[in-house]
Design a protein around this ligand. Structure first.
Ligand code: AP5
Length: 255
């Protein structure tokens, strides 16, 4: 396992013409993982920590859509503009739009540094499309980590989440100190609430998760890839639990 704090994700966030400024080292062990779990369970937080532990790149489909919304990072195609409307309401973006966006970035899936897919796949159709693409590239997933947390904790994480307007860091109101005055203590940027973290959008997202994404748990269990991990406790303890579960799986499978 390796450490690499640099994770500019340029090729993923900006699209096909972009190059990462810090390409992964060629001889590091690569991990190809999917992070599953309900909205707000902490997938993005874990992806950041796992990137530092495992070196694999954090690839979030939600981040690509948010980058497009900020203008300039992605071409605002009509499909992307409509995707942002779905996202604001808390609904899933149609499979065809999501797959087109991922397919354009397939180089990131083939990258020697491996990947941590966060927020994709989210439907059976997306999971099957990913399987077909990986098979044709002769690459395989190492595991699918499923983060589990009671609904009340999930709602508390989502409704208290804040994003720094300046550095884009994700934090939580419970981590703010007295006197921070709505600013992120690391850089002083204003803390904003994501539009889809409003209560009405959270309800729509949880419903979409139950109907479309939860069935992926059985899909990946059937493929022998599922690694369940309790998402309780501190982010660092969850990350440690994840790395241990992956190591145990590796030992068992002789990877
Ligand atoms: P996306 O960005 O993927 O959102 P999500 O899956 O709903 O997940 P979140 O980003 O809300 O939560 P998270 O699990 O990453 O939690 P986080 O680490 O931030 O997708 C957004 C939208 O884009 C979708 O609704 C859809 O419209 C569209 N979309 C994206 N991909 C799509 C696809 N493939 N198909 C169709 N549509 C797609 O943590 C949450 C909060 O908890 C934070 O405040 C954090 O600080 C805090 N926290 C984290 N860990 C802990 C801990 N251990 N203890 C206490 N607090 C914690």
């Amino acid at each position: 396992m390796t450490t690499n704090d640099q994770n500019d994700r340029a090729a993923w966030l900006h699209g096909p013409p972009a190059n990462c400024s810090v390409p992964p080292e060629g001889d590091q062990p690569r991990w190809r993982l999917v992070l599953l779990g309900a909205p707000g369970v902490g997938k993005g937080t874990q992806a950041d920590l796992l990137h530092r532990r495992l070196g694999a790149c954090h690839l979030s489909t939600g981040d690509v859509f948010r980058a497009a919304a900020r203008n300039g990072l992605c071409e605002p195609t009509p499909a992307m503009t409509s995707a942002l409307e779905y996202m604001r309401r808390g609904e899933l973006v149609p499979d065809a739009t999501v797959w087109e966006m991922v397919r354009e970035r397939a180089g990131c899936l083939r990258c020697g540094g491996g990947f941590l897919l966060d927020g994709f796949p989210r439907t059976l159709a997306q999971a099957e499309a990913l399987n077909r693409a990986m098979q044709s590239d002769k690459i395989t997933l190492d595991a699918v980590v499923n983060y589990e947390l009671p609904l009340t904790d999930i709602i508390a994480r989502l409704s208290g989440r804040r994003v720094c307007e300046k550095c884009k860091a994700v934090t939580h109101v419970s981590l703010q100190r007295a006197g921070d005055d709505g600013r992120y203590h690391h850089c002083g940027g204003h803390l904003m609430q994501r539009e889809d973290d409003r209560p009405e959008a959270i309800a729509v997202r949880m419903d979409a998760y139950d109907r479309s994404t939860a069935p992926l748990i059985n899909f990946y269990k059937g493929l022998g890839l599922l690694v369940p991990v309790a998402a309780t406790g501190s982010p660092e303890s969850i990350c440690g639990r994840t790395v241990s579960a992956l190591a145990e799986r590796t030992t068992r499978s002789g990877r």
